[in-house]
Ligand binder design. Structure first.
Ligand SMILES: Cc1cc2nc3c(=O)[nH]c(=O)nc-3n(C[C@H](O)[C@H](O)[C@H](O)COP(=O)(O)O)c2cc1C
Length: 214
């Protein structure tokens, strides 16, 4: 395997230019620009990100989630509060988010406190999901041991039938969370290894920008 790994090319193809000296004043603006470029370039699941949380015993845990929104308040994602990540966030309400867009050799890292949005906003997020996704979330046993794969089908069908009877039903623990970053780092890869890193650091109500050694 080592030979295969060493033979793999990195940062191949045309890479975009990144000029930190003309970067916007907020990380939201730069993030939106980079995400828009990833979408336009055809990156698969460009809104997929790694959410890293910390468990009660200090063990870190990471998994991929979909980004739901970005705004002045922060970066939002939705999850079941009773899932392991939901329990992690209840115990330690802080997390890191990592995006990687391989076609552009770009990474964005954020970290900061995480807070649940209002029950109304969480319900709105739930109701905007497809029927299948709502049925899956309504089952709500995510990450528990599964002894019989057949029970997933049975539980999902039961949820689907319930949603047909009660179309406005919302899974009680479905939660929209927002991470309000303390720092957001933009990393632009370069073929000659002259990578560019720009960090936005929260400063009062605004942001200061800081270049970092690659
Ligand atoms: C591309 C992709 C998108 C995903 N989106 C979500 C999501 O938005 N919400 C979610 O709860 N799980 C999502 N998952 C599944 C999670 O990675 C994870 O397996 C699940 O949430 C259980 O995590 P936990 O045991 O740490 O709570 C996604 C997985 C992938 C690969």
């Amino acid at each position: 395997m080592r030979e295969v790994l060493r033979s793999l090319d990195v940062f191949s193809g045309e890479l975009p230019d990144f000029r930190p000296e003309v970067a916007p004043d907020t990380p939201q603006e730069l993030f939106t620009a980079w995400l828009t470029e990833a979408v336009a370039a055809g990156v698969r699941e460009p809104h997929a990100m790694t959410l890293s949380t910390v468990g009660q015993d200090g063990t870190p845990s990471a998994r991929v989630l979909l980004l739901k929104d970005v705004g002045a308040g922060g970066w939002s994602f939705a999850a079941h509060a009773a899932s392991p990540k939901g329990r992690d966030l209840a115990g330690t309400p802080a997390a890191a988010l990592t995006f990687y867009w391989p076609l552009q050799a770009r990474q964005v890292r954020l970290c900061g406190p995480v807070a649940p949005e209002s029950p109304e906003d969480s319900a709105q997020d739930f109701l905007a999901r497809s029927l299948g996704s709502r049925a899956e979330a309504l089952v709500g046993r995510q990450s528990r041991p599964l002894d019989d794969p057949g029970s997933v089908v049975a539980a999902t069908e039961e949820s689907l039938a319930r949603l047909e009877r009660e179309p406005d039903l919302v899974a009680a623990e479905w939660t929209l969370y927002t991470l309000s970053p303390r720092s957001v780092e933009f990393w632009q890869g370069d073929k000659q290894r002259k990578h560019t890193r720009l960090a936005y650091l929260r400063s009062g109500d605004g942001w200061t920008k800081q270049l970092l050694w690659p």
